[in-house]
Design a protein around this ligand. Structure first.
Ligand SMILES: O=C(CO)COP(=O)(O)O
Length: 214
């Protein structure tokens, strides 16, 4: 199971979380990534943690003010990128373009989707993985795997039907090792989470619990 911690725009210390994630990953052997704000990518990557961007634009180098270029995030230490997060939705053509841009820069890709139908559409664009995150459960206390296990199973089936090579992650409300285990039992290859770690008083303790069943 891959555990990807999306720091969104939360007012946490990205270095504290990155250092804790690096240490827990090293001690447990689990794969843990951290997706900070784009401006923090380089110093988060310097901690040695697996570093992800929260978004890349479909653009290449050129006259594109305000773009987050795939090449730029890769040059600053990112190994992968989220695309089309529920809080940063893109048009279909731009999702396709962002996946291509990320691949051009050798970034791993996770395309986010709200439901199984969108998962199927996203899988058709051949990212490395898709992630189902029901918007109404994001930021809540109940994990998607508990609140709506069927949506995870349906997402796994939707991706499998389109392209069995595309991994399926789930996210929303994930905060414990039991949540990670439940997601794995439903067929997910990883989880995305944010508030459970970014808003925690002790991020290291939460991360240790998250990997406890792996
Ligand atoms: O959006 C998410 C991860 O990308 C999930 O957020 P929460 O873990 O806060 O529900």
């Amino acid at each position: 199971m891959f555990i990807l911690v999306n720091l969104k725009a939360y007012p946490c210390d990205p270095i504290e979380v990155a250092t804790a994630a690096r240490d827990v990953a090293e001690a447990s052997g689990a794969r843990i990534g951290v997706a900070p704000q784009a401006a923090d990518l380089a110093r988060v990557a310097e901690t040695g943690v697996e570093t992800w961007a929260q978004h890349v634009s479909p653009n290449a180098h050129g006259s594109h003010t305000g773009s987050t270029l795939a090449e730029a995030v890769a040059d600053n230490g990112a190994e992968g990128t989220l695309i089309n997060h529920s809080e940063n939705r893109l048009k279909l053509a731009d999702i396709d373009g962002s996946v291509e841009a990320a691949e051009r820069a050798d970034l791993e890709t996770i395309v986010c989707a709200n439901n199984p139908a969108q998962v199927g559409a996203a899988a058709a664009l051949s990212p490395d993985a898709v992630a189902v995150e029901p918007p109404e459960l994001i930021g809540g206390d109940v994990s998607v795997a508990t609140a709506d296990p069927g949506i995870v199973e349906d997402a796994v089936a939707a991706a499998e039907a389109v392209d069995p090579a595309v991994d399926v992650f789930c996210g929303a409300g994930v905060s414990t090792g039991d949540d990670v285990d439940a997601a794995a039992d439903l067929g997910a290859s990883g989880v995305l989470l944010a508030s459970g770690v970014a808003k925690a008083d002790d991020p290291a303790a939460v991360l240790e619990d998250l990997v406890s069943g792996l």
